[in-house]
Design a protein around this ligand. Structure first.
Ligand code: ATP
Ligand code: MG
Length: 153
């Protein structure tokens, strides 16, 4: 079904704002143009929410999370950037595996089951999309999501 992706992101951000406030992390949503696409709203919302939740909880005090939306004639793109702890190079290829968590004391103190990103990846793959991670330990992390504007399951 054709969905308004700008609205979908606004709803997610509105829902996660209280959690970000608790962590004293600033949430910024940047949308460059209106985007509509054929998506499973529930699955896509969960996929993006998991990315933003991570960006908030693996952040620093007074950190920020920037979510942006863009598109071209074929795809839309959601980027979730954070000013957080970052992910060590050797862990980056594993974080989408079920139950995988980075074994760092500062990250271990933060609760979680290690399922969020596995759910995110399967929802994005279901949309014939792709998700990538770019990160530097101690500096921050960026997840990029690319999803076709129209798909048939
Ligand atoms: P869950 O999401 O199931 O509550 P989780 O957050 O530990 O638990 P994932 O969301 O799958 O699980 O993330 C896997 C691991 O990747 C995390 O434990 C964390 O170590 C690392 N990670 C994920 N996102 C980030 C991020 N934005 N910054 C730093 N580390 C991250
Ligand atoms: Mg998570």
């Amino acid at each position: 079904e054709e969905k308004n992706i700008n609205e979908l992101l606004e709803l997610i951000v509105k829902r996660l704002r209280p959690i970000a406030d608790q962590h004293e992390v600033e949430l910024i949503l940047e949308t460059f143009k209106p985007v509509t696409a054929q998506v499973d709203e529930t699955k896509l919302s969960l996929a993006i929410s998991n990315l933003i939740e991570n960006a908030v909880k693996y952040n620093k005090e007074d950190g920020w999370v920037r979510i942006s939306l863009n598109s071209d004639h074929k795809y839309f793109y959601v980027k979730v950037e954070d000013s957080g702890l970052g992910i060590p190079e050797e862990d980056q290829e594993h974080i989408f595996e079920r139950f995988y968590r980075v074994d760092k004391s500062h990250s271990r103190e933060i609760g979680g089951t290690g399922l969020g990103l596995a759910i995110t990846r399967s929802a994005i793959l279901m949309h014939r999309g792709a998700v990538k991670v770019y990160s530097k330990e101690g500096e921050g992390t960026t997840f990029t999501v690319r999803i076709p504007l129209s798909y048939t399951p």
